[in-house]
Ligand binder design. Structure first.
Ligand SMILES: Cc1cc2nc3c(=O)[nH]c(=O)nc-3n(C[C@H](O)[C@H](O)[C@H](O)COP(=O)(O)O)c2cc1C
Length: 166
């Protein structure tokens, strides 16, 4: 797929077919995350690949979003050093993990897979379900699977609203 097409086709998929995702596809998503840029190239994150149906059900409950149970895979982006701040005052982990997770979403689109960013979840509950240490931070859940819905028209602000020049 052309890069432009990947950008245009990625959408938040909220229904998945009951079909497994081959291991090589999951690996290609993780490889896309591995190649993402990060501040000082530190890559201060871990990606937890959840396939266990019982755990996925618990994650869906922790996010109170039932469609997540349909996904055969959920990739969880975890920051290892959530206290680090960039010289510009922006938390490093949020930027680093977000870039890597979006690489996953874009690679998923290229593979014909659906994905959805999930930011509305209980930090405490997800940590408990996946036994993530207290000093780390879960940044996003990303269900992955074969789409069982269709994208709606993209509603976006105009460039005029988003961009200024000097
Ligand atoms: C940081 C972040 C958190 C999000 N959290 C959720 C979420 O918890 N549940 C959900 O269904 N969509 C979530 N979304 C998806 C957005 O609603 C979606 O990206 C936006 O409406 C644009 O639609 P599109 O992704 O289909 O282009 C999230 C997106 C981002 C970037």
């Amino acid at each position: 797929m052309e890069f432009k097409e990947v950008i245009q086709k990625r959408y938040s998929c909220r229904s998945y077919k009951d079909e497994p995702v081959p291991e090589e596809k999951i690996l290609s998503l993780l490889e896309a995350a591995r190649l993402a840029p990060s501040a000082h190239n530190r890559q201060p994150y871990r990606f937890i690949v959840v396939k266990d149906k019982e755990k996925i059900k618990k994650l869906a409950e922790a996010a109170r979003q039932s469609f997540i149970v349909e996904a055969p895979v959920v990739i969880v982006g975890v920051a290892l050093d959530p206290e680090d701040v960039l010289p510009c005052g922006v938390p490093t982990y949020a930027v680093d993990v977000a870039i890597a997770m979006e690489h996953i979403a874009l690679q998923a689109t290229d593979e014909g897979l659906g994905s959805c960013w999930i930011g509305a979840f209980s930090q405490e509950k997800v940590k408990e379900i996946l036994q993530i240490p207290e000093n780390q931070k879960v940044v996003a859940l990303m269900p992955i699977g074969w789409p069982n819905d269709f994208p709606s028209a993209k509603e976006r602000k105009s460039l005029e609203d988003l961009v200024s020049y000097q």
